[in-house]
Design a protein around this ligand. Structure first.
Ligand SMILES: *Cc1c(COP(=O)(O)O)cnc(C)c1O
Length: 402
């Protein structure tokens, strides 16, 4: 099939026409339970009445004005993010990568504003994903994403995840910040070992570095906390969010303390679209739901229930599922190395359930945060059937190898 789209994606032969709650309907009528959430984006599922109402109401008023003028809905959204986090200030963007660009620039500018402009380097971690711009592919360090695009943006020092000694060894006279996902998403739902984030915080305080958390995937309720940093009790100085905050509308943000953002004065950064009235109305509508009493507790409870059921599934299909990972509704199933995670995702899809492959042969479960017992009950037998099919393939692969 020839397509006018740049072929940077190998697309699955499915197109969805509509959705409701956690369910999607493909052209042709087949229904799928979506445990991928458009990669952690559809935080409130599809066709949420409150989001539709916000879109319609703002759509009839004004979509865009530019940041040359005040945007009251944006001031309100920023205030709510500040009231519910470590941060004092917010910069809105259209995507996760742009939120990271802001975070990276801010960390460099902070050191410069402190009279240490030579401290522009940032320590990052193997297996990380921070986006696809030139700076964020350098930050992530994935060779596949860097290959052929010329010299990587200077100033990122990659160290192994969870290796505190490597971090210490990497801190030099030019180091200005440490950037980490509190749980790696693309990398395979990898959590830091206990105490690791706290140790990074201490190193940052000791060496006058800023600590940046990339919560583009983990943020806005995903892990059963509003932000994943609450799981460890360790606060960053700068944090990027995106994905879930827009509920499907392109929206990201960079949050920071007054101190860490002190270099970002008038004229130092900008965006045409970021924070426009339409995006702000939808962001506020997402927060109306996510911040409602009990919502996040419900995410945590549903996550726990899902994890228990998946653990039982792993026990009865340990030849297919080798590990359960994650927090809240950000879960990972590590699949036997004999079967690529993408193949397992395809088997699950045949059962009408969508999941997303990630690194370390893990499939990710990032369902809408609105799911409950009934969706979990729908998902489990579908996983079970996929496991039975996978088991046959794996056994066959083992036999032919032997
Ligand atoms: C998705 C993601 C990004 C990039 O977001 P885009 O909106 O695709 O630019 C950055 N960091 C993390 C942790 C992500 O999961």
């Amino acid at each position: 099939m020839t397509s006018p789209l740049l072929p940077t994606y190998s697309r699955i032969e499915l197109a969805f026409e509509k959705g409701e709650g956690a369910w999607l309907e493909a052209s042709g009528g087949k229904r799928f339970l979506d445990f991928g959430g458009g990669i952690a984006v559809a935080s409130l599922g599809y066709a949420h009445p409150h989001l539709i109402e916000a879109l319609h109401a703002q759509g009839q008023k004004i979509w865009h004005t530019s940041n040359l003028f005040r945007i009251p809905e944006g001031e309100r959204l920023a205030q709510r993010l500040v009231d519910n986090s470590f941060a004092d200030v917010v910069f809105f963007t259209n995507s996760g990568a742009e939120a990271l660009e802001c975070a990276i620039k801010m960390a460099r500018k902070y050191q410069s504003a402190c009279g240490r402009p030579e401290r522009f380097r940032i320590i990052t971690f193997e297996g990380a994903f921070h986006g696809r711009t030139l700076a964020t592919i350098a930050a992530g360090g994935n060779k596949k994403y860097l290959d052929g695009f010329g010299p990587p943006v200077e100033g990122f020092d990659l160290v192994p995840f969870n290796d505190l000694e490597a971090v210490k060894a990497a801190i030099g006279p030019q180091t200005g910040a440490i950037l980490i996902e509190p749980i790696q998403g693309e990398g395979g739902i990898k959590s830091p070992s206990p105490g690791f984030l706290r140790a990074l915080r201490e190193l940052c305080d000791q060496h006058h570095l800023t600590l940046i958390f990339d919560e583009v995937q983990t943020g806005v309720g995903r892990t059963g906390k509003l932000f994943a940093y609450e799981l460890s009790g360790v606060q960053p100085d700068i944090m990027s969010i995106a994905k879930g905050i827009g509920g499907g509308f392109p929206l990201g943000a960079c949050l920071a303390t007054t101190e860490a953002s002190k270099g970002m004065t008038y004229g130092t950064h900008g965006t045409t679209f970021g924070g426009n009235p339409l995006a702000m109305a939808i962001g506020n509508a997402v927060l109306d739901i996510v911040l409602a009493p009990g919502f996040i507790e419900h995410v945590a409870q549903t996550g726990l229930m899902l994890k228990q059921k998946l653990a039982a599934l792993k026990d009865s299909h340990s030849d297919v599922i080798t590990e359960i990972r994650g927090e809240g509704l950000m879960m990972g199933l590590r699949i036997n190395d004999k079967m690529p995670a993408a193949d397992f995702a395809a088997l699950v899809r045949q059962e009408g359930l969508l999941v997303i492959p990630a690194g370390e042969n893990v499939v990710r479960l990032l369902p809408p945060l609105i799911i409950g017992e009934s969706e979990v009950a729908e998902a489990l037998p579908r996983f079970e059937k996929a496991c039975i099919a996978a088991s046959k393939t794996i056994t066959h692969a083992e036999r032919t190898q032997a």
